[in-house]
Design a protein around this ligand. Structure first.
Ligand code: GLU
Length: 283
């Protein structure tokens, strides 16, 4: 199966799938091979660049829980940190990026859903979050998704968060969709928005940014279950190996350490009944 590849200049040399037939073991610059479960030069991993505590780019530094899980898994698959190409994977682009072969794996607060499973595969889950609402600290009338009548709500295009509002709570709510949650929070700071909705862990990370200290609060009553999976192209043979790596990360304590370090100071408490999850069997 050959798919046309989007030739991102910097990544062209690492294009693997289409070249694997002639890759061989030469190790030449243009011939990174990925056949038979072997390793290629680099692995392209999609993450968020704008979600502090989860996936965040600061200069050439990438931080967050998704990044830490991705690094651990990549290492288990044979790719140390310096062999990872980090690629921005906004919510609305994730399926397309996997379908077009622009990335090999996605760790980007990416909920496993039946709709997405029609076009991509998932390993994991490696975390379970819940959809919640972030509101200005002094707000008292927004107490859950049913109290949003007449309110201006912000979420992100292509997210389960925006979709759920449209499917279940649409009447009377003005939904503004942005490319990222950071834009939503900026709009709420500016007063144009009454509430931002997405997963609790994302909102907690954004609200804890120094610039927002004391300005916002989480409503704190999650109204969905978001199973964060590792997005991989449909038919990928990596699912089992990724699940094994996640299980190992949980077992050896690295998972908890990473979660603690990345949520420190946010006040966020993961749902202890649902975390850590057990990766689901691969299809
Ligand atoms: N976990 C949800 C989703 O996959 C919301 C967070 C996000 O947009 O990344 O759509």
């Amino acid at each position: 199966m050959r798919k046309p590849r989007i030739a991102l200049a910097a990544m062209a040399v690492t294009a693997t799938l289409a070249l694997s037939a002639c890759g061989g073991g030469g190790g030449g610059e243009g011939g990174s091979a990925q056949g038979g479960g072997g390793t290629s030069d680099t692995i392209r991993i999609g993450i968020k660049f704008d979600q502090p505590g989860l996936g965040f780019k600061n200069g050439d530094q990438y931080t967050g829980f998704d990044v830490d899980v991705a690094k651990y898994v990549a290492k288990e698959l044979g790719y140390p940190e310096d062999k990872i190409d980090w690629v921005s994977a906004p919510s609305a682009n994730r399926e397309t990026m996997l379908q077009n072969g622009q990335v090999d794996m996605i760790f980007a607060t990416y909920s496993i859903t039946d709709t997405r499973k029609k076009v991509v595969d998932f390993a994991g889950p490696y975390f379970v979050a819940g959809q919640d609402l972030l509101v200005p600290k002094d707000n008292t009338d927004i107490t859950g998704p049913k109290s949003l009548n007449g309110k201006n709500l912000c979420s992100v295009t292509g997210s389960t968060s925006a979709q759920r509002v449209k499917d279940e709570y649409a009447s009377g709510v003005n939904l503004l969709e942005q490319p990222g949650y950071a834009e939503c929070v900026t709009a709420m700071e500016g007063g144009q928005i009454d509430a931002v909705t997405t997963d609790d862990i994302i909102l907690a990370g954004l609200a804890a940014q120094p610039a927002y200290q004391g300005k916002f609060k989480l409503v704190g009553k999650p109204f969905s279950e978001e199973d964060y999976g590792v997005g991989i192209p449909k038919g990928s043979d990596r699912c089992e190996a990724i699940n094994d790596a996640i299980s190992k990360m949980i077992k050896d304590g690295s998972w908890e350490k990473a979660l603690d370090a990345n949520t420190k100071g946010t006040g966020y408490k993961p749902n202890a009944k649902l975390n850590p999850p057990t990766p689901a069997p691969c299809a």
